[in-house]
Write a protein that binds this ligand. Structure first.
Ligand SMILES: [Zn+2]
Length: 418
């Protein structure tokens, strides 16, 4: 059964979510409770049955479900403008909300790249029209992502950019990167660095962060050597954060042959020792964030011979279940700690009003059944593209309801059980 996003007939209807297990990784809350949502915020959190709201409201039975802050993904490619045959802001927003992601940062390597206030504002406008999740554009670090001239950071921020990056292309000029880190830090904008080759460039970014006072964020860390650099840098107080992605936790180079081009991404899958190091780094906090690097490509593009197929895999609709299956159901990470990597930690990196549940805070909530098994079927996904390495696999952990700004956006009525 294909899940659909659910448009409420009465968008401002208050909701009482009953008997859910509220996990707020940022505050350490983990308890059964009721949550009353009204006017776009969580108005009341009370022990089960203790609070009866006045007036008319809808009820959601959350018994057996985890209620957590809506997930934040700091690494999504929405392909809009310019490559909307792969994805657009509306389809990407649907994929996000169905995956429990209520806030996302979208990368600037569009056509043209998001290097001007007009282009950044255009993304914000189309996201507002799609009206499903909170979309925060990442502005280009350099004009046309060419690595030569820095963009106008202040103007990009004023237009709505929440971070800066030349993702997809490493910024080779160290002096320019140093200047970028200083200017971005003054504006409070995080710089997200796509490191290529990963470990040498991560070393350079860490040295620059150390010299300038940082901060810097390393995208999609996948190698044992990078993890070791990061761990040492954090131990001496360098302001560096890092993300990895579910595919680096699940797969290695050995899987590439079996899966084909849907396991081709940048950085490429590595060795088992790398995979284990990445898992250990998430466990001990060396890697702060799980992000998708959701990178849609049209089936015809991925159908080319492996060397010609473009890099990237989609990930919004499998993020939570892939994480739960690999890290929670195996006993490697407790649920609150794992959820922290997809809620509080990414929200903090980008300075977003997300990643926490509390009275008076935005009612962005993801409700999921942590145990429910389901089969990933690429053809049923809301994304315009189907390039997932998880196709056909059974994962555990199913998003059931999603609220964004107090609006009930997802309701799985029929779970695609195995
Ligand atoms: Zn990248």
């Amino acid at each position: 059964m294909k899940p659909t996003t659910h448009t409420p007939p009465r968008p401002t209807m208050p909701y009482l979510i009953r008997n859910g297990r509220l996990i707020d990784p940022d505050t350490g809350v983990d308890k059964l409770c009721d949550l009353y949502l009204r006017g776009g915020v969580v108005e009341r959190i009370a022990p089960p049955g203790d609070y009866t709201p006045p007036g008319v409201y809808d009820t959601v039975d959350a018994a057996g479900l985890v209620v957590c802050p809506g997930l934040t993904d700091v690494h999504t490619h929405l392909r809009d403008p310019g490559q909307t045959h792969k994805e657009d802001i509306a389809s990407g927003s649907r994929a996000a909300v169905l995956g429990g992601v209520t806030s996302l940062l979208c990368m600037p390597n569009t056509e043209p790249p998001l290097d001007s206030p007009t282009l950044v504002a255009g993304v914000c406008e189309r996201a507002a029209q799609a009206d499903l999740v909170r979309v925060y554009p990442v502005g280009a670090l350099t004009e046309r992502l060419a690595g030569a001239r820095l963009t106008d950071f202040e103007a990009l921020k004023a237009a709505g950019a929440a971070a800066l990056s030349d993702d997809g292309k490493p910024l080779a000029d160290a002096a320019l990167m140093e200047e970028a880190l200083r200017r971005a830090a003054a504006l409070g904008l995080p710089v997200l660095s796509h490191c290529e080759p990963e470990t040498p460039q991560a070393l350079r970014e860490i040295e620059l962060a150390e010299r300038t006072g940082g901060p810097v964020h390393l995208c999609h860390v996948s190698r044992r050597e990078t993890v070791e650099l990061l761990r040492a840098a954090k131990a001496r107080g360098v302001r560096v954060t890092a993300e990895t992605c579910p595919h680096y936790i699940w797969f290695t180079r050995a899987d590439t042959e079996r899966i084909g081009a849907n396991a081709k991404m940048n950085p490429p899958l590595a060795e088992e020792s790398d995979r284990q190091a990445v898992v250990e780094a998430l466990r001990d906090g060396t890697i702060d964030i799980l992000a998708t690097d959701h990178a849609p490509h049209h089936p015809s593009e991925k159908a080319q011979p492996f060397p010609k197929a473009p890099n990237g895999v989609i990930g919004l609709e499998t993020l939570l279940a892939a994480a739960l299956t690999a890290l929670y159901h195996t006993g490697l990470m407790p649920l609150p700690r794992l959820l922290h990597t997809m809620t509080a930690a990414p929200a903090r990196l980008a300075g977003l009003p997300a990643g926490r549940v509390g009275e008076g805070r935005p009612a962005d909530l993801t409700l999921f059944d942590p145990d429910a098994p389901w089969r990933v079927e690429a053809r049923l996904m809301a994304s315009k593209s189907q390039n997932t390495p998880f196709d056909g696999m059974t994962l555990r952990g199913r998003v059931i309801h999603v609220f964004v700004d107090g609006k009930h956006r997802v309701k799985y009525s029929a779970i695609n059980r195995v």
